[in-house]
Design a protein around this ligand. Structure first.
Ligand SMILES: Nc1ncnc2c1ncn2[C@@H]1O[C@H](COP(=O)(O)OP(=O)(O)OP(=O)(O)O)[C@@H](O)[C@H]1O
Ligand SMILES: [Mg+2]
Length: 865
C-alpha cells in the first residue's frame, strides 16, 4: 500500500482483502464505487466509463475507479450476477454529514447468483435455486434452497449409481449456484457438468463447512420441521444443508427465518428423469432454441400466479410414482373441468393474487417496502373470494386446499389500516402511514399542514393578551418566527417578550411559546419520516412473524392454480382423464402429441392408439418413411404417460396407464446435432446408461439407435438392444423402437413380445401421401427417394436415383422390408450387403447436398454398379 493511501482507500482495501472473490461495491455518497481491478472489470462488463480519483498524479499511479448511482444499483448488480459474479455491497453505516472523520462502513450483504431475492433479478414463474453438494463416502448428499420462496429440499444417495442420481437431481433443479464439498470440488466431471450443462456457478466450500456436528447444530437451529426420522444416508444431506446455511449466513447477514422446513425426499417419491429425457421430450424448453414456447410446459401452463407458475414447473419435472396422490390430483382436475364458469372465475380471482411466497420472504429478509406489504395484503384480500369459489367442489384435494387457504384477516386488516393504498417507493421518506393509524403521525402531519393556523392562533391570543391591535407574527430565515410590534405600542410589550431586532418603525420579539411552535413545525418533517419508518418496521416484523401461515397458504394457492390450469387446458384441448394404476397397461386410444397438434398450421393432427403390456405387446418396432411421424408418435406416448403421472388430463380419447418408474429416451445421433453431441460415442454411452438403469417398469423410447455408425454395426447393435429390452430375464420393459433398418421387422414372431408397427404412407404416382396412421405390420417401402423429392432435390437426381433403385431391385437385391432372418437368429450379412448403393442413397442427407456433390455422388454410385 503506498504511503499516501488515504484512510478511505485503506478502509476499501481492507474490505476487499476480506472478500477477494467478490466485486466490492463501495458506497460513497450517492454512488457505489468500484476501484482498481474491480473497476476495470466492471467497466468492461457493464459498459461504464473508467475514471480515477487522483487526476493530478502521473498516469501510472492513478487509481482506476468507476461507479453507479445508488438508486439504480440493482440493475447493475443484476447484470453482474447474471454473468456469474459475486457482489459485496458495502454501505455507509452512519450519516456522512454527522460522521467525525472517516465514515463507518460495512459489508451488509453479498449477492450471488444463488442468493438473489430482489424481484427485478428473478424470473417470476421460476425458482432460483442455490444448492450444496456433499460427497462423503459412501453417500452423496444434496440440498436445494430457493431463498426467495423459502423452499428447502434435500436428498441423499448411496451405492454405485449415487453420482448418476445426483446428476439427474441437479438437472431437475437446475441450480444457479452450488456450494461444493472439497471432494465435490475436485471432481472435474461434476464441475464441468455444473458449469457447462447447467450454467451454474461453483463455490468451493471448506471441509469444516460440511462438518457433521456443526451441520446438525445449524440445521436444528434453523429448521422447525423435517429433521426427524432421516434414513442413514440422510446425514450427507444434513451436511450439505449445514454448508448451505453457513454460506447463506455469511453472505446474507440477515434474518432467514422464512426457511422453516427441511424437506427430505427419497427417490421413490418422484419419477427420476435424466437430462437426456428431459431435453428430448422438451418438457420445459425446446431442444434447439431452449425456449419455453414449443415445450410441454408452454401447452400446460395457464397458471395465473407466480407461485403457480413455479409449482407447475416443479410438478412437470417430478411426476409422481404412486397412484393415490396422482388420482387425487386427477379427481381435482376432473372437478374443475366440470364447471367452465367456476373455473374462469377462479382464474380471474387468482390473477389478482400477488406472489405471496416471495413477498413474505422479502418481509422476513427486511428488504420489503411499504408497497410490498400493500401487495401482500392485497393478495391475501383475494383469498376469501377464492375460498368461496372453491366451496362447491367435492374432490378431497380441493376441499383440503380450500381449508388450507387462510386469508389472515387480522393481518390484512392491520396493513390496510396502517398503509395508504399507493405508498411511495421508498420507506425512508415518509408519506405512507394512513391517517388515523397513529396519533403522533396525525399530530405531526397536522402541525406541518396547519402551521399557518397555529401562527394565526398565537397572533390572535397575543393581541388579546397585550391589547396591541397591530401585533403581527412574521417569519424570516435569519430569526425564524417573530412577533412584530410597531413603535407606537412599545409600552404595551410584556416582560416575557425577548427583543430580537430593531427596525426603523418597529421592533421584533420572540417568546418561548413562539420558539416551541417554531421548533414543532420545523422538526415535524424529520420526526414524521423517522416515526413512519419506525412504524413500518414494526409492521413488517409483525408480518414476518406470520411467515409459516403465509407460506402454507401460498402453497395451497399455488396448487389450486396448477390444478385449474390443468383443467383449463384439458377442457380447451379435449383431453381425457386417464386411468392410472399399478397395472402393466399402456393403452391409449386416439392419443395426440400435445405440442405438435398445437403448432400444426395447415393440417389436422391424426390421432393414434397405443396398446402395450408386459406380455405379448412389450416392444413395438416402428418403421415407416422419413417424415411419417415415428418420432412424433413415440414422444407423444412418453408425454402422455408423464402428463398422467403429473396428475394432468391427457390428449387422447381414453387412456389407461400403469405407472411407469422411469422414462428413458435415446434419440438418433443426427437428431441431436444442435447440442454438439452427435458422436456415436455419446449415443452409445447413453444407450449403456439406459440399459443399465431401466427396470421392467420403465418405458423406453429409442429413436433410430445405431444410426451413427456403419450399417452393419448399427443394425447389429439395434437388434441386440431390441432383444435385450424384450427379454424378460434381462429388461423386459415396454419399448418403442423406431428404425429405418427394415431388417429388424423380422424379429416379430421370433422374439416373444415384439410387434411390428408402421406409420402408413401411400404412393400416388411419384408423389407420397403421409397418412400418419400407425398400423400393425412392417412398412412396405422406404420412400426415401420420394421424400428427397419433397425436400427439393433436383428432379434429375431424383429420376436417376429411381433408375438406380429399379436396376438394383431388378438385379434381385432384396426389398429392404422383406429381409428374412436366418435360422440361427443372426442378421444375414449377405442379404444386407447386396445393396451398398441403395444404402448409400438411404444414408445421404439430401438437405445438405449441393448439386455438384449430388453429381459426384451419382458418379461414385455408378462406379460401384
Ligand atoms: N399424427 C400426426 N398428424 C399430423 N402430422 C404429423 C403427425 N405426426 C407427425 N406429423 C408431422 O410430421 C412431421 C415429421 O414427423 P416425425 O419427425 O415424427 O417423422 P419421423 O418418422 O420421425 O421422420 P424421420 O424418419 O425422418 O425421423 C412432424 O414434424 C409433424 O409436423
Ligand atoms: Mg424421427
Amino acid at each position: 500500500m503506498p504511503a499516501d493511501t488515504t484512510p478511505m482507500m485503506k478502509q476499501y482495501l481492507q474490505m476487499k482483502a476480506e472478500h477477494p472473490d467478490c466485486i466490492l461495491m463501495f458506497r460513497l455518497g450517492d454512488f457505489y464505487e468500484m476501484f482498481l481491478e474491480d473497476a476495470k472489470l466492471a467497466s468492461r462488463e457493464l459498459d461504464l466509463t473508467l475514471t480515477t480519483r487522483d487526476r493530478n498524479k502521473p498516469e501510472g499511479e492513478r487509481t482506476p475507479m468507476c461507479g453507479v448511482p445508488y438508486h439504480s444499483v440493482e440493475s447493475y448488480i443484476a447484470r453482474l450476477i447474471s454473468k456469474g459474479y459475486k457482489v459485496a455491497i458495502c454501505e455507509q453505516m452512519e450519516d456522512p454529514a454527522l460522521a467525525k472523520g472517516l465514515v463507518d462502513r460495512d459489508i451488509i450483504r453479498i449477492v450471488t447468483p444463488g442468493t438473489v431475492i430482489e424481484s427485478s433479478m428473478l424470473e417470476e414463474g421460476r425458482n432460483n435455486f442455490l444448492c450444496s453438494i456433499c460427497l462423503q463416502e459412501p453417500a452423496v448428499g444434496v440440498c436445494f434452497c430457493d431463498i426467495s420462496t423459502g423452499e428447502v429440499s434435500a436428498t441423499a444417495f448411496a451405492g454405485k449409481d449415487a453420482m448418476e442420481h445426483l446428476w439427474n437431481e441437479l438437472g431437475r433443479y437446475a441450480p444457479r449456484e452450488a456450494v461444493l464439498s472439497p471432494a465435490a470440488a475436485e471432481d472435474p466431471e461434476l464441475r464441468a457438468f455444473l458449469r457447462d450443462r447447467l450454467d451454474c456457478r461453483c463455490e468451493p466450500g471448506a471441509e469444516d463447512r460440511f462438518e457433521r456436528s456443526a451441520a446438525w447444530a445449524l440445521c436444528r437451529k434453523q429448521f422447525r420441521t423435517g429433521l426427524e426420522g432421516l434414513p442413514e444416508q440422510g446425514e450427507a444431506a444434513v451436511r450439505a444443508a449445514g454448508a448451505l446455511l453457513d454460506y447463506l449466513y455469511t453472505t446474507q447477514k440477515t434474518d432467514l427465518s422464512h426457511l422453516t422446513a427441511f424437506q427430505y425426499y427419497t427417490s421413490g417419491q418422484y419419477m427420476e428423469l435424466d437430462l437426456t429425457a428431459r431435453r428430448n421430450l422438451e418438457l420445459t424448453e425446446t431442444m434447439r432454441a431452449k425456449e419455453k414456447k414449443g415445450s410441454l410446459l408452454w401447452v400446460l401452463d395457464k397458471t395465473k400466479t407466480a407461485m403457480g407458475g413455479r409449482l407447475i414447473r416443479s410438478w412437470m419435472e417430478r411426476p409422481l410414482l404412486s397412484p393415490v396422490p396422482i388420482n387425487k390430483r386427477l379427481e381435482a382436475v376432473a372437478d374443475l373441468t366440470g364447471s367452465a364458469i367456476a373455473r374462469d372465475e377462479i382464474a380471474a380471482c387468482l390473477r389478482e393474487v400477488t406472489d405471496l411466497e416471495r413477498l413474505i420472504s422479502r418481509v422476513v429478509y427486511g428488504t420489503a417496502g411499504a408497497r410490498d406489504l400493500v401487495a401482500l395484503a392485497g393478495g391475501l384480500g383475494r383469498l376469501p373470494r377464492l375460498r368461496e369459489l372453491l366451496s362447491p367442489f367435492r374432490s378431497s384435494l380441493l376441499c383440503g386446499l380450500r381449508q388450507a387457504i387462510d386469508d389472515l384477516a387480522d393481518l390484512r386488516e392491520l396493513i390496510g389500516r396502517a398503509l395508504v393504498e399507493e405508498p411511495p417507493f421508498s420507506v425512508r421518506e415518509g408519506g405512507f402511514i394512513k391517517a388515523g393509524y397513529d396519533q403522533d403521525v396525525d399530530y405531526l402531519r397536522d402541525v406541518m399542514t396547519n402551521g399557518k393556523s397555529m401562527v394565526a392562533a398565537i397572533e390572535a391570543s397575543e393581541r388579546d393578551k397585550t391589547g396591541i391591535k397591530s401585533l403581527k407574527v412574521g417569519y424570516n430565515k435569519v430569526f425564524g418566527y417573530y412577533i412584530e410590534v410597531s413603535r407606537a405600542n412599545y409600552d404595551l410589550v410584556p416582560d416575557t417578550y425577548i427583543r430580537k431586532q430593531t427596525l426603523v418603525n418597529c421592533e421584533r420579539f420572540i417568546t418561548q411559546e413562539l420558539k416551541d411552535m417554531e421548533h414543532t413545525i420545523l422538526s415535524a418533517q424529520d420526526k414524521i419520516v423517522a416515526l413512519e419508518y419506525e412504524l413500518f418496521c414494526a409492521l413488517r416484523e409483525q408480518t414476518a412473524a406470520r411467515v409459516g401461515e403465509i407460506q402454507a397458504t401460498a402453497a395451497a394457492v399455488a396448487q389450486v392454480d396448477v390444478l385449474t390450469s390443468f383443467a383449463a387446458v384439458a377442457a380447451a384441448g379435449g383431453y381425457c382423464m386417464p386411468t392410472v394404476d399399478l397395472s402393466d397397461k399402456l393403452d391409449i386410444v386416439e392419443g395426440r402429441h400435445p405440442v405438435v397438434e398445437k403448432v400444426l398450421k395447415n393440417a389436422l393432427f391424426v390421432p393414434n392408439d397405443v396398446h402395450m403390456d408386459s406380455g405379448e405387446n412389450l416392444v413395438a418396432v416402428i418403421t415407416g418413411p422419413n417424415m411419417a411421424g415415428k418420432s412424433t408418435y413415440m414422444r407423444q406416448t412418453a408425454l402422455i404417460v408423464l402428463m398422467a403421472q403429473m396428475g394432468s388430463f391427457v390428449p387422447a380419447k381414453s387412456a389407461h396407464i400403469g405407472i411407469v418408474d422411469r422414462v428413458f429416451t435415446r434419440v438418433g445421433a443426427s437428431d441431436d446435432l444442435a447440442a454438439g453431441q452427435s458422436t456415436f460415442m455419446v449415443e452409445m454411452t447413453e444407450v449403456a446408461e439406459l440399459l443399465k438403469n431401466a427396470t421392467a417398469k420403465s418405458l423406453l423410447i429409442l429413436d433410430e439407435i445405431g444410426r451413427g455408425t456403419s450399417t452393419y454395426d448399427g443394425m447389429s447393435i439395434a437388434r441386440a438392444v431390441v432383444e435385450y429390452c424384450a427379454d424378460k430375464r434381462r429388461l423386459g420393459c415396454k419399448t418403442l423402437f423406431a428404425t429405418h433398418y427394415h431388417e429388424l421387422t423380422c424379429l416379430e414372431g421370433q422374439i416373444p413380445g415384439v410387434k411390428n408397427y408402421n406409420i402408413a404412407a401411400k404412393k400416388r404416382k411419384d408423389d407420397i401421401i403421409f397418412l400418419r396412421k400407425i398400423v400393425r405390420g412392417p412398412a412396405d417401402q422406404s420412400y426415401g427417394i420420394e421424400v428427397a423429392g419433397l425436400a427439393g432435390v433436383p428432379g434429375r437426381v431424383i429420376e436417376r436415383a429411381r433408375d438406380i433403385l429399379a436396376e438394383l431391385e431388378a438385379q434381385g437385391a432384396p426389398a429392404p422390408a422383406a429381409a428374412p432372418a436366418r435360422a440361427d437368429d443372426q442378421i444375414s450379412l449377405t442379404d444386407l450387403g447386396a445393396n451398398e448403393v441403395a444404402e448409400r442413397l438411404r444414408r445421404v442427407d439430401v438437405n445438405t447436398l449441393t448439386p455438384i456433390e449430388a453429381m459426384n455422388l451419382l458418379y461414385e454410385l455408378k462406379q460401384k454398379l
